[in-house]
Design a protein around this ligand. Structure first.
Ligand code: FMN
Length: 370
């Protein structure tokens, strides 16, 4: 019932046919199914028994290190069902106010390369809507850590940064009692206004605000995929965040591609962010370089993690946690079972009794940068 082959070859084509071939509508259909099908979700969570050897310590809590990446459940609509399957959840990107985003279609699928392209433009139902979902999640006993991905929006050209910071403060104020951590994301390639936030000074100021308002919560920054020659400004940006008390980094967001390279018959936008298989080398290199530069940080890897081997590579290069979005859209949630099994097999083969032992060994081999 939860085999990845069955999902890929039978369930998925059926979903696409019902949803008129719109990948975003397919996604919404699956989230709605999860909310209404408690039996199926509880069967899946039983079958995906979380192995105790894989748990890691994050901010004082023991966490099963496989989570959902941002965008998968933007508004926290499926927190409870997802919490029975994954070890941590990253809903969002959450913005203070409602945003419609770009008009549809705004997500395209590359079936051959197992990638997705999106130009969603930060759609979000806003904080009031999300607060109802997260309060409900806690009321119904939801315990899986929630690290909400969020961003204040520089909505006006005048005073853009002040507006973004004020929004961020309001989001933090309302969310702190309900969540386990935050991921500050101004790395979306589809939203031009966010570029004004990508400086060392703003990363520093945002991180200081996060620390002041949520001193006990996990505080992370999300980055974009960078080419080797563009590493310095990215690490300067991350450095500002870490210097002011940030705990770590989520790497990596989608990568911008021009319209001419997007495999959709009609595409209404100049570009789109590409995610999935092709991101894996960006993800792996950035994890390793971040681990070397910020040895004590919490590193969350995302980008093309389709198998146990992919996840294992992320851990071996210095990741503490891994998360995904695109792979689950091709193979369904049963993929998590295969990823977990693959990691366990590799650990056994390499003689590691636990993932923490593997991570400690991996870190010894990654030399801190001066
Ligand atoms: C349709 C779609 C929407 C996304 N929306 C967000 C978002 O709102 N915020 C964010 O930080 N990342 C967003 N992402 C990026 C993912 O969180 C992730 O960083 C990226 O897709 C790489 O992981 P993957 O290959 O497992 O998908 C989105 C990705 C996709 C495919």
């Amino acid at each position: 019932m939860f085999s990845t082959d069955v999902f890929r070859n039978s369930v998925r084509p059926e979903l696409y046919s019902i949803a008129n071939n719109d990948p975003e509508a397919v996604h919404e259909l699956v989230l709605a199914q999860m909310r209404s099908n408690a039996f199926g979700v509880s069967m899946l969570s039983r079958l995906l028994k979380q192995e105790k050897e894989l748990f890691v310590k994050i901010n004082g809590r023991s966490v099963f290190p496989f989570g959902t990446a941002a965008g998968l459940d933007k508004n926290g609509d499926a927190l409870l069902p997802l919490s029975g399957i994954f070890g941590f959840l990253e809903p969002g990107t959450l913005t203070l106010n409602f945003r419609a985003g770009n008009s549809r279609p705004r997500v395209a699928v590359d079936e051959k390369n197992l990638d997705l392209y999106n130009a969603q433009g930060f759609p979000c139902n806003g904080i009031d809507y999300f607060m109802r979902n997260i309060a409900n999640y806690r009321k119904r006993g939801g315990k899986t850590p929630v690290y909400v991905n969020l961003c204040g929006m520089p909505t006006s050209a005048d005073n853009a940064i002040q507006i973004a910071m004020d929004e961020m403060r309001e989001l933090l104020k309302r969310l702190t009692p309900y969540v386990d951590g935050f991921v500050w994301n101004c790395a979306s390639p589809n939203t031009e206004a966010l570029k004004t936030l990508r400086t060392r000074e703003i990363a520093h100021a945002t991180s200081a605000m996060m620390k002041e308002m949520a001193p006990d919560k996990l505080r992370l920054i999300k980055i974009w995929p960078y080419e080797p020659q563009d590493k310095e400004p990215v690490f300067d940006f991350v450095g500002g965040f870490m210097e002011a008390g940030g705990n770590g980094i989520v790497t990596t967001n989608t990568k911008m591609f021009p319209r001419s390279e997007i495999p959709a018959a009609e595409w209404g936008y100049q570009s789109a962010g590409r995610s999935g298989r092709f991101l894996k080398p960006y993800m792996t290199r950035s994890v390793r370089e971040l681990r070397a530069a910020f040895p004590d940080s919490v590193i969350v890897a995302t980008g093309g993690i389709y198998s146990g081997d992919d996840a294992y590579d992320a851990f071996m290069n210095g990741a503490d946690l891994v998360e995904g979005y695109t792979p689950y859209t091709f193979y369904g949630l049963g993929l998590l079972g295969e990823i977990q099994k693959g990691v366990m097999e590799r650990m056994k083969k390499d003689g590691f009794a636990s993932i923490e032992e593997l991570q400690a060994k991996a870190r010894q081999g990654i030399n801190p940068q001066p």
